[in-house]
Design a protein around this ligand. Structure first.
Ligand code: ATP
Ligand code: MG
Length: 451
């Protein structure tokens, strides 16, 4: 009972501004975070800040994941040193970000992110530093604050645990330790306000629920369903990284389910969502197989490629459009896939931006679907040499598994890859015939060339 009261008291009301809450300090001997679990680079950054007289804490996913016995992907450091002060301590440091000014300390490929303690946007003295749009969305979030302020402006309680390098204790302002033990995702402050401030937090709630297998606190799911349409305000550029974090960290299938349950998926892939709502089960079957494969590859520590992931998410709409084009205009399958691919991609870019280094190979994966059946002459050999061949082949296997009649083609390509040169020639002979000429529409009367 008292415990419950205390817990409620801990939930800092948003509107009252700064009130003092005392944190729970969990000493070194009573928690499971050990320096062995923290990367040497992150420790180096923490120690250097500490030696220079600043406060330095490990925070966020690093602490959360270590406590759960997982291996953190990255380490985030929070400090009272200002970004410029951090920069002057580390030669290998760059200040980045407009919305959040952060210091990135580089060690080869590893980046340690160092953030100065920040307060909630509504605690800034001048309107120039913090700002909220009419819809309640945070525009700038650069008001420096104390450790306590920093804890209360984080998203979920399990993400607001601080590991103090000065005495190796854990600092818990928001009740994150209890929630971690009870496997609950609890938002800090009022859910509706916090989701409206930054709708990406809804995606993050779904992602952590899928990744950790935690429950959303009571009422949180309903709140997300109600506010899901705020996602439409999130700039497309911010969502590419989020999509990768959701679907490329080994929990793609679980994330897909929870995102759909919460009504969020359509704000990432609207065209695909429309097909998922239709009677045709193909798109869903295809995606479940593709996402299951992605999870398996990650579990086996095999590489995964964003081009393949996005090609898979958009395949349903591309195929549907290509089928329509083929019926209407009598064009070749390759042309239909090219046009459909371009149309679907340009609509998609309004929701989630996809860098060109991924959208080019993504379109190649689609158009190669029309090339894989054409194996005569030198074609099969040439396809095999293409950089995107393996991805296109894997993609075709998923289509086959999802019910497209491609078994023979799939078996042929599987055999062809494993065969010797002589066997390959035999396989090509089996395909039969000379390479078919591309069907062209009969030309009308000769017109002047436009080229
Ligand atoms: P992971 O790195 O496993 O994806 P994470 O929790 O570390 O998870 P990051 O994106 O690295 O996620 O963010 C680090 C920390 O910054 C979070 O743990 C959280 O405390 C805070 N944070 C990140 N995004 C937001 C947000 N949109 N609103 C409030 N706090 C956030
Ligand atoms: Mg992190």
């Amino acid at each position: 009972m008292i415990f419950n009261l205390l817990k409620n008291f801990r939930r800092k009301p948003q509107q009252e501004g700064i009130i003092n809450t005392s944190p729970t300090i969990i000493p070194r001997a009573e928690h499971a975070v050990s320096r062995d679990d923290i990367s040497d680079r992150a420790l180096k950054v923490l120690y250097r800040l500490h030696k220079a007289g600043y406060q330095a804490y490990l925070v966020g996913g690093g602490v959360r994941d270590i406590l759960l016995g997982l291996h953190p992907k990255d380490f985030d450091v929070a400090t009272d040193a200002r970004p410029e002060e951090v920069k002057s301590l580390f030669g290998n440091c760059r200040l980045i970000g407009r919305r959040f000014r952060l210091a990135h300390v580089y060690f080869g490929r590893e980046i340690i992110e160092v953030a100065t303690f920040r307060a909630s946007h509504d605690q800034g003295e001048g309107a120039s530093e913090g700002g909220v749009s009419e819809g309640g969305q945070i525009l700038r979030d650069n008001v420096f604050g104390t450790l306590e302020d920093d804890a209360w402006r984080r998203d979920f309680t399990i993400n607001a645990l601080y590991y103090n390098i000065a005495d190796f204790s854990l600092v818990d302002y928001t009740g994150g330790m209890d929630d971690l033990n009870n496997r609950i995702i609890r938002i800090i402050g009022d859910a509706s306000t916090r989701f409206q401030e930054d709708p990406v937090r809804m995606l993050r709630a779904a992602r952590f629920a899928a990744k950790l297998g935690f429950q959303l606190e009571e009422g949180l799911g309903e709140c997300i369903i109600e506010l899901a349409d705020r996602m439409a305000n999130v700039p497309a550029a911010r969502l590419f990284d989020e999509v990768l974090k959701i679907f490329h960290t080994g929990h793609a299938l679980a994330s897909f389910d929870i995102m759909r349950e919460l009504g969020l998926f359509g704000y990432l892939f609207g065209q695909t969502q429309a097909l998922l709502e239709s009677d045709d089960p193909y798109t869903e079957d295809f995606l479940r197989i593709a996402l299951g494969n992605t999870d398996r590859r990650i579990a086996e520590k095999k590489p995964v490629n964003p081009a393949f992931l996005f090609a898979a998410f958009l395949w349903g709409p591309v195929k549907k459009r290509a089928d329509q084009l083929l019926e209407q205009d009598g064009m070749t399958e390759l042309q239909a896939l090219q046009i459909a691919g371009n149309e679907v991609l340009s609509a998609q870019l309004r929701q989630v931006s996809i860098p060109k280094r991924f959208s080019f190979p993504m379109r190649e994966i689609w158009t190669m679907q029309a090339r894989l059946p054409r194996r005569n002459g030198k074609r099969a050999w040439r396809l095999l040499e293409q950089a995107r061949f393996r991805a296109a082949y894997d993609f075709m296997l998923v289509r086959n598994q999802a019910g497209e009649p491609l078994q023979e083609l799939a078996d042929w390509w599987t055999e062809f890859q494993e065969a010797s040169a002589a066997e390959r020639s035999e396989l090509i002979k089996k395909v039969g015939g000379r390479s078919p000429r591309r069907r062209r529409k009969p030309r009308k009367a000769k017109t002047a060339s436009t080229h």
